[in-house]
Design a protein. Sequence first.
Length: 153
Amino acid sequence: MQTMSRKQKIRSRLSIFLIVLVIFSFAFSSFVIITNLNDRSKDSLILSEGYRATGTVTDKVICHDSPDEIVYTFTTFDGKHITTQMPDRWGALFGKVNIGSSITIAYDPANPNENFPVERGVQPLWNIITDVAYPVVIGIIALIVSIIGWLAN
């Protein structure tokens, strides 16, 4: 019976780690894609079939380690007052509005807390691609390194 050398054991463990990294990278990327496409679909539906209201920007929050946020209020068709703090993930609105600015809000009448400024729009497809680019690249690099390791044995 042949025993593995120390170098072979390290390569074997590295290969297993890289395979797990590849699986994790692609699973994470799939989760992000599905989640973002679901959000995009929901927002598109609200934008096309939801109600509209005029809202007022009540605050702008500068965040150093996450997207800046806009706080706004609006009143639904049935008189409910809604206040929302929304991260401006794509930078589509923060620099264009001031406190006191009027904005158009699209919302789901069945659940008015599902809302967003019309001016923000729906999440761009390029944003979904960039959200998953890093884990996919890491997964591809890990896959290439694993294949090179197997070929070297």
